[in-house]
Design a protein around this ligand. Structure first.
Ligand code: 1CP
Length: 350
């Protein structure tokens, strides 16, 4: 396929398994703190103010597209948006990240949960998406949510976890309450995704960021069945799943009915391709640490991934980082990464 196709079409081809010379690129947390224009808009506004105001959220969403001409925009929002409506005292604190005042400790806390609805709790999300959609016809627009296990970890641990130990302990101590909580989250997540699909996103990505703390057997039991329910309900658009620690999760997750996986740097693209059915798309996986080095290194490391793609004739592929960008990344390093991908042409004739 020739060069003059739109960014949006690049993604459509990638999902359809049609090879293009250009590789589509976007990256996790592309709208955020490494961008001076984001910091400027954040000055007198809390995170909540930025997300809940569709004009501001749309502007932030478009900032990295304007600066780097990326192929996709990801809506400026958060996986925790529905949690505000659960009345457990969620706040995103600038230096600490998400903090939940009243985490779930006992089964009775699950029985007493307030269940949010999109209309009441986050009507701004669909509006923000419609606004962005109206401004970018030729770029892809991405919707997202957390996975039930990852959202449960915030509700139970009260913050970003480094082990998921409390969450696992809750699941094994109170299997009935855990199952009930996970099913509540399944419904909440389906609604969050449907709202974004209604707003006009081209595809969705579910972030199971903390699933990598689970053993393969634990993932099978504590995360997979609930992801399966969500993916079976969402049939309107292509679907991707992200987790950190992809290496041991992929062999279990490969049964999910999704287009593909966003993999972190715990695995090479080639290894992931070997582990998965060949029609599963792979997205990733430059280590964001390279964006703290210098342009020459960024170019070399980005090229290594791209050259490895050239050897994988039947791979469906989207370029991304392995995990979200580090806020200390330099603008010139990001430019070096993006330009290397934009200048690359994949071999399409075999
Ligand atoms: O500026 C600030 O201080 C706020 C920081 C911030 C930002 C920029 C938060 C709070 N959320 C976001 C936006 C966000 N979060 C996006 C927007 C679009 C984009 O990618 O540009 C997305 C997709 C997310 C997803 C998200 N939020 C995840 C999954 C991705 C991952 O990195 O694993 C998780 C775990 C969260 C929770 C969350 N929200 C915010 C913070 C600081 C965190 C904790 C993240 C962590 O501990 O790593």
């Amino acid at each position: 396929l020739s060069d003059n196709i739109t960014s949006r079409e690049l993604f459509q081809h990638a999902f359809a398994g049609e090879k293009t010379e250009k590789i589509p690129i976007w990256f996790m947390r592309q709208a955020g703190r490494y961008l001076p224009e984001y910091m400027a808009l954040s000055k007198n506004r809390t995170f909540e103010d930025r997300v809940q105001n569709p004009e501001i959220a749309a502007e932030i969403t478009l900032q990295p597209i304007q600066r780097y001409d990326l192929d996709a925009a990801i809506i400026f929002s958060d996986i925790l948006i529905p949690i505000y409506g659960m009345n457990r005292g969620l706040e995103i604190v600038p230096t600490k990240g998400p903090q939940i005042e009243n985490p779930i400790k006992y089964p009775k806390d699950v029985d007493n949960l307030v269940i949010p609805t999109a209309d009441e709790e986050y009507p701004y999300l669909e509006e923000s998406i419609k606004l962005v959609r109206s401004k970018i016809q030729n770029k892809a627009l991405i919707g997202f949510s957390g996975a039930p296990f990852t959202l449960a970890s915030y509700l139970i641990e009260g913050q970003s976890t480094k082990t998921a130990n409390l969450t696992k302990a809750f699941a094994y101590n109170y299997p009935g309450a855990f199952h009930k909580l996970m099913n509540i989250l399944v419904d909440i997540i389906i609604e969050q995704l449907k709202v974004q699909i209604k707003g006009g996103v081209d595809f969705i990505q579910i972030f199971d960021s903390w699933a990598g703390f689970l053993s393969p057997q634990q993932f099978q039991k504590l995360s997979l069945p609930y992801l399966d329910k969500i993916f079976n309900e969402i049939t309107e658009v292509p679907k991707l799943l992200f987790s950190r620690g992809s290496y041991h999760i992929l062999p279990v997750a490969k049964s999910l009915s999704i287009s593909g996986f966003s993999v972190d740097q715990s695995i090479t693209i080639s290894q992931a391709h070997t582990l998965l059915p060949k029609e599963r798309l792979i997205q990733g996986n430059l280590d964001p640490a390279f964006l703290l080095t210098k342009p020459k290194i960024v170019k070399e490391e980005t090229s290594k991934i791209l050259n490895s793609i050239n050897e994988l004739h039947d791979l469906r592929y989207i370029f991304n980082l392995g995990v979200g960008i580090d806020k200390n990344s330099t603008l010139e390093n990001v430019a070096a990464m993006v330009e290397t991908v934009q200048n690359f042409r994949r071999r399409v004739h075999e």
